[in-house]
Design a protein around this ligand. Structure first.
Ligand SMILES: NC(=O)c1ccc[n+]([C@@H]2O[C@H](COP(=O)([O-])OP(=O)(O)OC[C@H]3O[C@@H](n4cnc5c(N)ncnc54)[C@H](OP(=O)(O)O)[C@@H]3O)[C@@H](O)[C@H]2O)c1
Length: 510
């Protein structure tokens, strides 16, 4: 029987290559780190691949005393290091002709009037047709100010029938109440259809491939449920510490920095039901449904369902590294977590009773992000599980980074006269199969926003549903749980091992 295809207009499949309409990207916070390391190198690479429209322009907005020429020069300096394709002088020069700088503080109305004038001028001179993508790459405390100023200056709507969209960087709020308040402020000025909340994990090829893997293949979905799956482990491990960002990290911790956004995205993409089509609302409806089906962990339950820890000094990659409390910008008595593990249950027909373990940490032995689906054992074992037979459960692993790919572990007979079983893996690797370098997440996401495709961005109800699971855990942590420590360069504290072992499972050794 053939698969049904495009009778439903929503089933249009993955996005075909298209070029956006001519437009200007306005980057608020354009003298900052993200603009130089990620945003502009990504735009340059899109230009190199001829994916940007004619007349494409960038306007930077920040308070430093820079002008167009200095801004271009400052970006150019970073390109060698941060552009994945290097930088070619002639291409850069034509790209840089469309780069401008608007000097202003975020709270100065005159700066927005000047921005409006400049954008109109660019529309006339470069044919950008009133189409604007506003990118808030600023400290989160500035979001509301900028949004209100944009509204007051009429920059929330475009002249000449063009479009205006706004990308908002993470973090989006620090708890449920602040995320709701931020959504309310945004909605006073912008319609939800104009808003693109970014989580760069969704721009990663491997993360997008979770949906393709699940919904473009017939053989996995029938076993993707409680009948066959024992549990799921989602790991996002970093080997770096706070890297001089102690001040920021003290206010965030691993939970706000990684779990609320990246790990919850991986969880929802793994657990969601098939959407009715591959369009922004259909996909996000299913993600929200998955989040709403997760049983919230009440503040009084945090000791049972979560672990939080901090790294002590240790050795990573052969180098001695300080403990979290010795990092610059960290309070000597800080209780900020650099390791979190959580056990969630999803209360729906597909997943009832299947634990989803999430863990993320800094100063682990290596950098690795993956989703591992561990299947139940065979119902009846015909082979002795003695010393000669190493019978392990089947595990399907989606490797998000590095060594992007998918692998399936199963038991196999060792060649020879005796019956011996060993686990082996069947591997798919992006590099080996496709031989092309994957685009950077920020390339895909900025292009999608220019095309008006918000599938890979977080909707307001989705971000609130995620916070509604995280906030009660933070509340519980305020009073309840002990904070364990782990040596830098190890896979976590003893408390973290005991946490999963209580359920009869073990953390994967990565
Ligand atoms: N860096 C990353 O790797 C990364 C990764 C993911 C998410 N993010 C998010 O991206 C955002 C930007 O990060 P970043 O690392 O680029 O920050 P950053 O280096 O601290 O840059 C902040 C920018 O905001 C500008 N700014 C701050 N206050 C201002 C004011 N009152 N008026 C005008 N301009 C002002 C600064 O301009 P002046 O220099 O002119 O003061 C600078 O351009 C943050 O929300 C962060 O959470 C960053």
């Amino acid at each position: 029987m053939e698969a049904t295809t495009a009778t439903n207009p929503l089933r249009t499949g993955l996005r075909m290559q298209r070029t956006p309409e001519p437009c200007t990207v306005v980057i608020f916070g354009s003298t900052g780190d993200l603009t130089h390391r990620k945003l502009v190198p990504a735009l340059y690479n899109l230009q190199r691949e001829r994916l940007l429209p004619p007349g494409f322009s960038i306007v930077g907005f920040a308070r430093r005393d820079w002008d167009d020429a200095y801004f271009r020069e400052s970006l150019r300096k970073e390109m060698e290091q941060y552009s994945r394709s290097g930088v070619q002088d002639s291409l850069w020069e034509s790209f840089a002709e469309g780069i401008f700088f608007n000097r202003s503080s975020f709270d100065d109305p005159a700066g927005y009037q000047e921005l409006a004038r400049r954008l109109n001028e660019i529309d006339e001179q470069r044919g950008t047709g009133g189409n604007r993508l506003l990118y808030l790459s600023t400290p989160p405390g500035a979001y509301v100010d900028i949004i209100q100023q944009l509204g007051a200056a009429g920059l929330n709507r475009s002249p000449n029938g063009g479009w205006t969209r706004i990308i908002i960087e993470k973090p989006f709020g620090r708890d449920l109440a602040s995320a709701q308040a931020l959504n309310a402020e945004i909605h006073k000025v912008f319609d939800e259809s104009q808003v693109y909340r970014i989580d760069h994990y969704l721009g990663k090829e491997t993360v997008q491939n979770i949906m393709v893997f699940r919904f473009a293949n017939g053989i996995f979905e029938p076993i993707w449920n409680r009948r066959y799956v024992d549990h799921v482990q989602i790991t996002v491990a970093e080997n770096i510490g706070v890297e001089g960002r102690g001040n920021y990290y003290e206010r965030a911790g691993a939970m706000r920095d990684m779990v609320q956004n990246h790990l919850m995205q991986l969880l929802t993409l793994t657990a969601m039901e098939p959407p009715v089509g591959y369009d922004a609302d259909a996909v996000r409806d299913e993600k929200v449904k998955a989040l709403r089906a997760i049983r919230p962990i009440a503040p009084a339950e945090v000791d049972r369902y979560t672990v939080r820890s901090q790294y002590a000094g240790g050795t990573v990659n052969g180098q001695a590294v300080p403990g979290y409390l010795e990092e610059a910008g960290v309070a000597v008595d800080s209780r900020t977590e650099s390791y979190v593990a959580i056990q969630f249950f999803i209360e729906n027909w597909r997943w009832a009773g299947v634990p989803f373990f999430l863990r993320t940490a800094k100063r682990m032995p290596k950098r690795v992000s993956e989703i591992a689906i561990q299947f139940r054992s065979a119902p009846l074992m015909l082979f002795d599980s003695g010393p000669q037979n190493n019978i392990e459960p089947n595990v399907l692993t989606i490797k998000v980074q590095p060594d992007e790919g998918i692998s399936l572990k199963f038991g196999s007979k060792v060649p020879g006269q005796v019956s011996q079983i060993r686990p082996v893996t069947m591997d798919f690797r992006y590099n080996a199969s496709f031989g092309v370098e994957s685009p950077e997440a920020y390339e895909r996401l900025q292009l999608d926003a220019m095309l008006g495709d918000s599938t890979l961005f977080t909707r307001s109800d989705e971000v609130e549903a995620s916070w509604s699971l995280i906030t009660p855990i933070h509340q519980g942590w305020e009073t309840a749980q002990a904070l364990s420590t782990y040596e830098a360069g190890t896979w976590g504290s003893q408390a973290a091992d005991e946490f999963i072992e209580r359920t009869g499972r073990k953390w994967r050794r990565l």
